[in-house]
Write a protein of this length. Structure first.
Length: 247
């Protein structure tokens, strides 16, 4: 399942003021699930005769609700440029601010696709150990415990990241989990099979299922898991559910 970000621009025009037709551009930076991207930098530049008039550019920053607005714009064509901190690329769209006509003007929505972590080419790890600890502790809050102290695989994580939360689990390495299943029999456990860091975008998943011993003849059809994306925006990690499964 792909998660896209929608950059919704509502553009209007105002009645004649001081002999000029003026309009506005109002927008919100959000994704299809309604999760907003706060503090996005938005730049608009008028386009005249096919050329960007940089000296007449205007810049604003969205609020914590992802909203921004430009007032008192002369009617015409504009390039809207959006930069979201931590994503490593810029979104651009040309918007035509038209003269206000109540019988014709309707709210319009422009859609921008925001790359999921898997499509980002930048692979530099910009996260700190504290960042990774914060993300892991947030993800394990989603676990549904069937036992008072379940087993958690240490694949992709460090015990140090769990802090006091590690007291809630029996921690085992992947090899210890397999050895335990081989000698003691099949058992249930949690793991974080994906922890992919690309810049300030992190894809992380958890799963719940069974460790099977080498002599096991069981076929398990039950389990569950989820994948999240975390993006660091304005110094804060924003979480989105990317996909989930239950069997």
């Amino acid at each position: 399942m792909k998660i896209f970000a929608l950059f919704c621009i509502l553009f209007f025009s105002l009645p004649v003021l001081a002999q000029k037709d003026l309009g506005l551009i109002r927008g919100v930076v959000t994704d299809e699930l309604g999760v907003v991207f706060p503090k996005a930098k938005v730049k608009i530049t008028p386009i005249i005769d096919g050329k960007l008039i940089e000296e007449k550019s205007r810049i604003t920053v969205g609020d914590y609700n992802g909203e921004f607005i430009f007032n008192n714009l002369p009617i015409g064509l504009y390039e809207v440029e959006i930069t979201v901190s931590g994503l490593g690329f810029v979104l651009r769209k040309r918007i035509n601010v038209q003269k206000f006509e109540s019988s014709k003007n309707k709210d319009k929505v422009e859609i921008y696709k925001l790359e999921p972590c898997s499509d980002i080419l930048e692979v530099t790890d910009l996260t700190t150990e504290n960042d990774k600890a914060e993300i892991v502790k947030e993800v394990i809050k989603d676990f549904t415990f069937n036992k008072s102290k379940p087993i958690l695989s240490t694949k992709n994580i460090k015990a140090l990241w769990l802090g006091e939360e590690k007291q809630r689990f029996i921690l085992m390495s992947p090899s210890e989990i397999q050895n335990h299943a081989d000698t003691k029999g099949d058992f249930e456990y949690y793991s974080l099979p994906t922890f992919e860091v690309k810049g300030n975008c992190v894809a992380i998943s958890w799963s719940y299922g069974y460790a099977q011993g080498k002599d096991s003849k069981m076929l398990y059809l039950s389990g569950e898991g989820r994948t999240y994306e975390f993006r660091k925006i304005d110094g804060k990690w924003i979480q989105k559910l990317f996909s989930s499964w239950v069997s």
